[in-house]
Design a protein around this ligand. Structure first.
Ligand code: G3P
Ligand code: MG
Length: 249
């Protein structure tokens, strides 16, 4: 059960792909994570108005595309017209918002053997039925890599557990003693993804939790902290740098 203090290597998980060097949650970002040999990849999913799973962090399009408004108000065909790359760098002009299926296919083609963390972004919008859709997409893709499903929303975690007991489920939180108490009451959720800023001050509260993987670990000192604490993983916008820190000191 105890992860902190075990001999396992801290997995480097590319947050939203390689968010620090590529437009987040796009195929180029995921390709970069594959190319630098990140141990894991994290992405966020939301639903379009015609019920398709799209990979984007914000509920609104404003920050990471050339459009404004809510993801939930557009069809997939409309979403596919948008440019999700130029805001980051002109080099990525006309990069599209991918579907979850497209990302799964990319990982499969590249023979990815790491951990894929699919975060269900239901903390502001419930997205009825998103849990079933994610599980179906994974089954249909028939992938051989490890899947971890996570959410800030505890109802989503409960629904996922009720639908399928085989996948690892992780609770994402900013971190406080009530989150730990909730985890202690829900032992079938055995992974915790807290804010690194909280974790650094409260690591002692988490030593009994099987998989602790904080976000977002971008400073070298924080990477070293996670490695020294022998945490299960760390989410970082700079997977190449984190791998260097871990593997070359
Ligand atoms: O799952 C870790 C991290 O992705 C949670 O925060 O806002 O980047 O989705 P956010
Ligand atoms: Mg996320």
């Amino acid at each position: 059960m105890k992860q902190n203090g075990s001999d396992k290597m801290t997995k480097v998980i590319a947050h939203r792909g390689s968010k620090g060097t590529h437009p987040e949650n796009t195929l180029p970002a995921f390709q970069e994570a594959i190319d630098v040999k990140a141990d894991g990849i994290e992405l966020d999913v939301q639903l379009t108005c015609d019920g398709k799973l799209v990979v984007i962090h914000d509920e609104k399009l404003n920050r990471t595309t050339n459009a404004k408004g809510w993801v939930k108000d557009l069809t997939l065909a409309e979403i596919k017209q948008l440019d999700a790359g130029s805001w980051f760098d002109e080099r990525f002009k006309d990069t599209k918002i991918p579907t979850l299926e497209e990302v799964l296919a990319l990982l499969k083609i590249n023979q990815f053997r790491g951990l894929l963390n699919i975060e269900l972004k239901t903390d502001r919008i419930e997205y009825l039925g998103i849990e079933q859709k994610v599980l179906r997409a994974i089954e249909e893709a028939d992938v051989s890599f490890t899947i971890v499903l996570s959410s800030f929303n505890r109802d989503t975690l409960r629904r996922l557990k009720a639908l399928d007991k085989t996948y690892e489920i992780a609770f994402i939180a900013f971190g406080n003693k009530y989150d730990i108490a909730w985890l202690d009451k829900h032992r079938d959720v055995n992974s915790f993804h807290p804010d690194i800023r909280w974790l650094k001050r409260h690591i002692d509260q988490t030593t009994h939790i099987e998989n602790v993987r904080p976000w977002t670990v971008n400073k070298e000192a924080d990477m070293v902290f996670c490695i020294e604490q022998k945490l299960a993983g760390m989410f970082t916008d700079f997977p190449k740098k984190a791998l260097e820190v871990r593997d070359n000191g």
